[in-house]
Design a protein around this ligand. Structure first.
Ligand SMILES: Nc1ncnc2c1ncn2[C@@H]1O[C@H](COP(=O)(O)OP(=O)(O)OP(=O)(O)O)[C@@H](O)[C@H]1O
Length: 376
């Protein structure tokens, strides 16, 4: 179900994953930790010394909505991998609930779980996990083979996906004859071949050199734009998170300290930790003119000046204002939502403008999210 708020943005798309009160505690008698308020109040170090347990995921709740790129970001050890592995029970949660399309993941038996991992939520790993003696085509077809798809059909489907990720002509090479970036494309193609509802990426690009990494990020943006597939993407890299994420869950010590759009995270950090995290991000490339605009002073101001879209970045609006030498109008269709002048825009760059809060749970439409992300 999609509702539309006053800004014309979708506030709700159906959740694919719904996670509620999730805990993963490693260590002896882990199960007692989530239920004991005295233990849950301890810092990670205190908990470790008192009980020998590590709470890798602490009381985390969120939805991954259909068609979004949901990024889980945080420093090393913050709990990202554990959280995402819990989604398909590659790691068994200690407490809380997880549902996929409304179905209780924690209640699934072995065969249902296998089905979940093979068909519904495919994982792309950092270390590819390719079979060294098989060709690119056979590696990509492997997931289909496991599903019992016949040889002719799986080769045909694999060939189509190989082309989609830009590996045409390399079908008959073995992984050892490919570069790191090409191998990662094979890993991506293999996950895509089974046509899963959700793709889960576990830091897939962190071992790649920066240029190839950027190529792969663009590949993900392109695939997402073309297919609209739901994606959960783990990264410790803020730039990557801002570039790819429709929404970002920022983790620290097992908790989600902020969950929001790139614009919300950069424009309204929830606490000092998040503020420090995003301090060096060029705000004008992430924040949109929605944040900077004010009502038009009069009919003259509402009727003249260059037009910018509400989802244009502040940086783009600065260009328009500088070129025209006057305030710009923020236009949604034929409607003037507000205006931005040089002072409003500079306020955002300087960090003195307080961004307008979006309604709770407000989503950003893919088209709306693209601009700020790609401008980063
Ligand atoms: N099997 C395990 N047994 C005990 N502790 C674990 C286990 N796996 C992870 N942990 C701990 O749980 C915490 C979260 O680890 P996790 O791997 O989820 O973090 P991460 O954010 O994915 O880190 P990285 O970016 O380094 O992969 C860490 O303190 C880690 O040491």
């Amino acid at each position: 179900m999609t509702a539309t708020n006053v800004n014309g943005t979708a506030t709700e798309r159906p959740p694919v994953f719904s996670v509620d009160g999730l805990w993963k505690v490693f260590g002896p008698k882990a199960g007692r930790v989530p239920a004991d308020p005295e233990l849950t109040a301890l810092t990670p170090a205190e908990l470790r010394s008192r009980t020998g347990c590590t709470a890798a995921v602490r009381d985390v709740s969120f939805d991954v909505r259909k068609g979004e790129v949901f990024v889980v970001m945080g420093l090393s050890g913050s709990g990202k991998s554990t959280l995402v592995r819990c989604l398909t029970r590659l790691i068994e949660p200690t407490a809380g609930s997880i549902a996929i399309d409304g179905e209780d993941v924690r209640a699934m038996d072995k065969s249902r779980l296998r089905e979940l991992r093979r068909h519904r939520a495919a994982m792309v790993f950092q270390h590819f996990g390719l079979l060294p003696h098989r060709t690119v085509l056979d590696n990509v077809a492997y997931g289909l083979e496991v599903q019992g798809v016949g040889r002719a059909e799986r080769r045909e489907r694999a060939a189509a996906v190989v082309a989609k990720v830009g590996l045409e002509g390399l079908e008959h090479r073995r992984p050892g004859q490919l570069s790191g970036g090409q191998r990662q494309r094979v890993g991506l193609a293999r996950a895509l071949a089974v046509d899963p509802e959700v793709l889960l990426f576990d830091e897939p690009f962190s071992a790649l050199d920066p240029l190839i990494r950027r190529d792969m990020q663009e590949e993900v943006v392109r695939l997402h734009r073309e297919e609209g597939r739901t994606m959960v993407f783990i990264t410790h890299d803020l730039q990557e998170a801002l570039k790819l994420g429709d929404r970002i869950a920022l983790m620290r010590d097992g908790r989600v300290v902020q969950l929001g759009t790139p614009e919300e995270i950069v424009g309204s950090p929830a606490d000092d930790y998040v503020r420090a995290f995003v301090r060096d991000v060029p705000r004008e490339q992430v924040l949109t003119v929605r944040t900077a605009m004010r009502p038009a002073a009069d009919a003259d101001e509402a009727g003249t000046g260059p037009a910018v879209r509400p989802e244009a970045t502040v940086s783009e609006a600065i260009e328009a204002v500088a070129r025209a030498g006057s305030a710009a109008r923020v236009m949604d269709g034929g409607r003037c939502l507000g205006v931005v002048d040089a002072g409003d825009l500079l306020g955002v760059v300087a960090g003195t403008a307080v961004p307008e809060e979006r309604p709770e749970g407000a989503a950003v439409l893919p088209g709306e999210a693209e601009l700020p992300k790609e401008a980063v």
